[in-house]
Design a protein around this ligand. Sequence first.
Ligand SMILES: CC(C)(COP(=O)(O)OP(=O)(O)OC[C@H]1O[C@@H](n2cnc3c(N)ncnc32)[C@H](O)[C@@H]1OP(=O)(O)O)[C@@H](O)C(=O)NCCC(=O)NCCS
Length: 422
Amino acid sequence: MTDFVHLFRNSAPYIHAYRGKTAVIWLRGKVLSQAAVQSLVADLALLNSLGLKLVIGFDAEEAEGARLDSEAPIDTTTMDAILARIGHWRSRLEAHFSQGLSNSPMHGARIRVIGGNFVTARPAGVVDGTDLLAQGRVRRIDHQAIRGHLDQGHIVLLPPLGYSVTGEVFYLAPDHLLVETARRLDADKLVIIGDDPLPLTDHQKELTAFELSQCLSRLDSEQAGSRELRAALAANDAGIGRCHVIDGQQDGALLGELFTRDGVGTMIARDRYDTFRAARTDDINGILALLHPLEEAGILVRRSREKLENEIDHFYVNERDGMIVGCAALYPMADTNPPVAELACVAVHPDYRQSGRGDALLSALEKRARQERIERLFVLTTQTAHWFAERGFESAPVSDLPPGRQQLYNYQRNSKVYFKTL
Ligand SMILES: CC(C)(COP(=O)(O)OP(=O)(O)OC[C@H]1O[C@@H](n2cnc3c(N)ncnc32)[C@H](O)[C@@H]1OP(=O)(O)O)[C@@H](O)C(=O)NCCC(=O)NCCS
């Protein structure tokens, strides 16, 4: 029970970070045919209900029992098999998304899955003297129509097909289609859920595009998992900030990847940005999500949204990957000589502690205080006295607080007072 409560509280900032973001998901053929697809769909439905906008693509690679190479010709028989397979998966997925049994995770979810003629294709044509027949290339994606559905909370299903202006249907390599869709939608993430063991070591859970291209240059292009990694690199080149490659056979892998610090798959990040900066109004929800568990635990004094909105200019945040993982606030006291300021709300998300973020927030605020010619800082703390003491703060009596702050001192809370001369 306590583990659950702890886990749930700490996932709030992640939930906030994903709300309103767009993710393109590529379900690899083999994952679809496994029993795990049902729980995968339930996890996708959960993400959708948390406000993550989802475009789900899938492939028909198992149609012929062989990999469909985007350079291989697709004759009528193969195309018929592909269409049959895509029709099958589309119906199966729609059925999975429609289930709402009271004992299933999707009870009452009522999810709308939309598909349609969003993609215009052209024939790949004759390549090196070979007519590739029904093998197509993406010509246009009606991203505005897709966006319209996403904004209504619908899940958009995107099979690897495109239609030509001449009324023909073409097979489209799913990696090209989904990377292009992610690019046109300006998606925040591409998530590839496959079942091939990736040719990477455990130390390569988070890679930059440069590190990934180095890895790929050493890999055989036929090696299992290399296609996923190549697609991830292409997504990165197309400007998609985060690309995750996950093993779909592992139950809960999708949630584990998106909602835990270390994830369970491989993430390719365009930039590993970890910024320390002044807070803005659009950080308010993220800050509230970070502070709430600490307020519940009595470590920090409760702050209403309204108070935070009014005081946002006093806050400084540490943002990582779109998520607020740390914050601190500085309140200069009026009419104090020498000038004094209160340091408050110093908090780092539990998953991100012990890596110097607290220190970085403190030094950023000390710098800001010096710029504002503040000479002394004080902090009121119940459980973190030693952390401040180790950073040059010294214990002081309540009577040392500026008179205006003394009047507000909560004797029931009995916080310790610490001062630091800058
Ligand atoms: C205090 C806090 C901000 C530190 O964040 P952090 O990013 O882990 O900080 P750093 O990585 O810079 O420092 C970590 C060090 O502080 C120590 N530390 C963490 N919490 C501590 C506490 N309550 N008392 C004493 N030391 C503490 C850690 O043990 C670690 O020391 P070590 O490396 O020698 O083991 C974070 O623990 C937190 O958010 N706590 C809850 C909120 C809080 O108490 N805020 C202060 C009230 S204003």
